[in-house]
Design a protein around this ligand. Sequence first.
Ligand code: AHM
Ligand code: MG
Length: 337
Amino acid sequence: MSGLRTLGEFVVEKQADFPHASGDLSSLLASIRLAAKIVNREINKAGLVDITGAVGTENVQGEAQQKLDLYANEKFKAALEARDQVCGVASEEEDETVSFDRDKNQHAKYVVLMDPLDGSSNIDVNVSVGTIFSIYRRVSPVGTPPTLEDFLQPGHKQVAAGYVIYGSSTMLVYTTGAGVNGFTYDPSLGTFCLSHENMMIPDVGKIYSINEGNYIRFPKGVKKYIKYCQENVPEDGRPYTSRYIGSLVSDFHRNLLKGGIYMYPSTQSHPDGKLRLLYECNPMAFLAEQAGGTASDGKRRIMDIDPKELHERVPFFCGSKEMVAKVEQFIAENPED
Ligand code: AHM
Ligand code: MG
């Protein structure tokens, strides 16, 4: 194939677009790429756990089986620490931020926030899961340990963000603020190859993705939007479609390609929704906007929210521009009592 380009080549090529780029971000992305390959290998073996021993037991080699989300957390941390570009990470799997102590890391200028294995409850049933990552420049002085402020930055300060989807094929999709590009993993080559250049989400879509089991607990505006999708037929005469995997990366990825909206609203018992602002919503919002879509908490742009806590949750509406605008309109017209 004449146009075959690997992720590594692409990242270096794009680096040339930034005149003062030091190569640190390219190197950081290489760490993520490597950890993704390792996690991918392990996920592909997951079904065998039932044969070789369940989680918590020992496998045939006498090694303890580790839960895959913890495994992914360890691999991503190790890959990021090994390359000197990152001074610390925050992860869904860690209560507190993690500072990398080596001198070289302390002199690094980036922090990474991640959900190492999102949707991991789906692994048992062979449904796609993903890794989500978000990269910021630290605000604390280089040469010192990272502080909480380095991690509590609004999404519009992100330097890069992306996800890996471990699906029927494995893909890495990322942005550095100059569009969104997707790379499909070729296991025979051990390489991610550019397969989806300059991804754009359609302005209008047909797919709405939400856990409708929570319907009676949703805010009035969201209920009305769901009814709107069910009762209205768009101009081309084909009705809306409901699709919900329950794995954010997979639902987002499908909607990015086909056009649609992903929603995780507040519910009566979870007034801030379920998803985490810093390592689930912000990176997805950055990707959505770079692909021509939008992301909102129902009222505000996600990337304008000033985070207060590391594991803060936020209602999330993300995807095709016109669909997000429509649900925001219903929410505005139906204020809660
Ligand atoms: P997790 O980080 O514990 O995996 O939770 C996040 C996941 C998302 O991937 C998914 O969209 C959502 O939770 C599904 O939640 P629910 O089962 O409530 O619909
Ligand atoms: Mg998650």
